[in-house]
Design a protein around this ligand. Structure first.
Ligand SMILES: C[S@@+](CC[C@H](N)C(=O)[O-])C[C@H]1O[C@@H](n2cnc3c(N)ncnc32)[C@H](O)[C@@H]1O
Length: 345
């Protein structure tokens, strides 16, 4: 049975604005701290978090960053301090998934995973995967190729880390493939794993569908046309966090997100019977995160099922057809399907 959030006294949620605890018996519990990251991290219990999943601010002039006005070097020095301050909260064998994109200034690109790999390594972490998260919409550049991916850096503190492959296997493209005659005893037997294949280090989730299903910005003062909906999706899809949670932690453990934003990490954690701790200095985001976890506990939060393939349009669908006027003006266009899921430029 899923415990309902209304078992928590409403006044407890209302009065504890700076620190909100949502708990339930059979799903994990979530604890949210509205605080600056450096202060919030010091309030997390020592050696309590087995996994960190986070997307730090990118220092690219988003509304919540403007007052910081850090240079690139200052930004990296601050991030190093954040990671150092986070260390005491981690268990000995913890993993960290740091999801970053590219800082762009005057048309010049600074892929942030490059300096972050150095920062984590210098603090004793080992890089286990550099995962490409490919998404299907965003800013259409005209002076360079449009950016359509970010990365998730998965680090472990030691060689004794959790890695559960089975819960995150995905369907094979050719499940009917069989071993060839040269494979001895295996010849003729199915060559794949009945649970599916390794999802690899190239992840593709339908971010746009996730955002449609999770209208997190559809609240007063943060509308769907909020400026953060520009260069790249600011919040990552819950599915991305779920894959990390399932593969890199165990039920009952605690997952920390020091920049929780609208709560994807917390939803993924509680959905899979882990506990979540989330920090964000922006109270309205914490309130959205809180509401989404509560909605999840109520069974009211629409989520894309984990591992569902990204939808591609059929060539017969209108969105996949070359527009008639293009065909008339440019005879070189054959009437074939074009574009990705959203027919982006
Ligand atoms: C890239 S967003 C994270 C989005 C999140 N992954 C989600 O799915 O919604 C970065 C978050 O960091 C928060 N933030 C920025 N500076 C902070 C600071 N000094 N302390 C705490 N939170 C901060 C912002 O409010 C923002 O919500």
């Amino acid at each position: 049975m899923l415990c309902r959030i209304d078992q928590i006294p409403a006044e407890e949620i209302r009065t504890r604005k700076k620190e909100v605890v949502i708990s339930a018996d059979e799903i994990g519990g979530a604890r949210f701290l509205a605080a600056d990251v450096l202060e919030g991290l010091q309030r997390v219990d020592p050696a309590s978090c087995a996994l960190v999943i986070s997307s730090p601010p990118y220092n690219i002039g988003k509304p919540y960053e403007r007052k910081d006005e850090r240079t690139y070097d200052e930004y990296l020095a601050w991030q190093r301090r954040v990671i150092e301050t986070m260390l005491p909260a981690l268990t000995e064998n913890a993993s960290v998934c740091w999801q970053v994109g590219t800082y762009v200034t005057d048309g010049e690109l600074f892929p942030l995973d490059v300096p972050f790999i150095d920062i984590f390594r210098s603090l004793g972490f080992r890089l286990r995967n550099r995962i490409i998260w490919r998404y299907n919409f965003g800013y259409n550049a005209d002076k360079r190729f449009s950016g359509r991916y970010e990365t998730v850096l998965w680090f472990s503190r030691t060689d004794t880390y959790t890695f559960n492959l089975d819960p995150v296997r995905i369907p094979q493209i050719y499940p009917g493939k069989r071993h060839s005659a040269s494979k001895g005893k295996k010849a003729g037997k199915p060559s794949g794993n009945p649970l599916g294949k390794n999802p690899s280090d190239y992840w593709e989730f339908s971010a746009i569908e996730d955002f449609r299903n999770n209208p997190v910005w559809d609240v007063p003062n943060v509308k769907a046309n909020h400026p953060e909906h520009t260069e790249h999706p600011c919040q990552f899809p819950v599915e991305l966090a779920e894959r990390c949670v399932l593969a890199l932690s165990k039920a009952g453990e605690t997952v920390l997100d020091p920049f929780i934003g609208t709560g994807a990490t917390a939803i993924a954690a509680v959905k899979h019977s882990r506990h979540a701790v989330g920090i964000d200095r922006h109270l309205p985001y914490i309130e959205i995160a809180e509401k989404r976890v509560a909605q999840f506990a109520e069974g009211d939060l629409p989520l894309r099922p984990l591992g569902k393939p990204v939808r591609r349009p059929q060539s017969t669908e209108r969105v996949a057809q070359v527009p008639l006027e293009w065909r008339q003006d440019h005879t070189e266009f054959a009437p074939v399907s074009v574009g990705g899921e959203d027919g982006e430029g």
